[in-house]
Design a binder for this molecule. Sequence first.
Ligand code: BMA
Length: 373
Amino acid sequence: MRHLLLFTLLVTMLFSCKQKEEATNKFLPVDKNATKETVGLYNRLFQLMDKGIMVGHQDDLAYGHSWYKEDGRSDVKDATGDYPAVIGWELGHVEIGAEFNLDSVYFQDMKRYIRETYDRGGITTASWHGNNIVTGNTAWDCAQDSVVRTILPNGVNHEKYLVWLDRVAGFFLDLKDKDGNLIPVVFRMYHEHTGAWFWWGSKQCTPAEYKQLWKMTVEYLRDKKNVHNLLYAYSPSETENEAAYLERYPGDEYVDIVGYDSYVNGKSAEDIQRYKEAMDRNLKIVTDYAAKANKIPVIGETGMESLPDSTYFTGIVYPLITQYKIAWVLFWRNAWEADKPNHYYMPFEGHSAANDLKEFTERPQIFMNECIK
Ligand code: BMA
């Protein structure tokens, strides 16, 4: 009898452990060979999303308003006492083998910041303003409508572009934790493509070409370069409706996270009203689609430059985002460059919106790094 009881207990334990594992890793990313940590991150995002919304900030650890490279510093931490839960990085110029990115962040430093974030339980996402391969100019050189075509298989720049992707792959494959395991990252590539300001934009390539570019990139990184620590995020600029949102969508087989980018352009009441409407509309588009397709919805980029409205966080952002279930909202960078004194999207210590950000981050539904540890 005792043996039977013991046996039943063991079977129950085994069964419940299995159940737990299944429950935790219910969702599989587009990379079926994704590392355990990457699958873990994907599932963690689904779980976190049920509880609250994470705060993200671009380049948070590398520099801030009027400072550059001070270990442990963060404008957000100075203003609120904690690091953001999500930190965004920019890979632009990694493709040409540069030592530092287009905003002067050394890739070696970036890798260290990503490790620090991971050790703190935080989440990393990366954008990529890669150069225009035809002209050698920046991502914003969008005068031609044929750059993407030259990159696709059989295009004149295809082989050269694969070398660029090799370097992107090399960066991701060099992100290791202290035990040598790859650190998972959300790769938000070819973003704002419904606008026409990058060489991969809506006037620069056809929907079919854009989709091909996306698929080619995923397949090359995943299947040829064996990069298995990525979740792929699709993030157009704000759109009018689901059809427009999906016009260039490469398909559920190629996307893990669905987001959008939207900013307050200006500071008048009309500008703010327009932003509120665009945010609300796009939040609905991404959350509805994410629910249908089992994806993670996010706000890929947002903000109000210089924060002329000192109640932006509690007065504008909070009431909008808390009506929806999203994983995070990422605010754009606080430029360190002397010639960009007004280019910041998070308050720093002493800024008139600093208390508002603090109050926002202290609300139970809003998650900073400590909340997700
Ligand atoms: C833009 C601006 C630029 C920056 C670029 C890439 O929105 O912040 O100054 O170089 O993003 O990070």
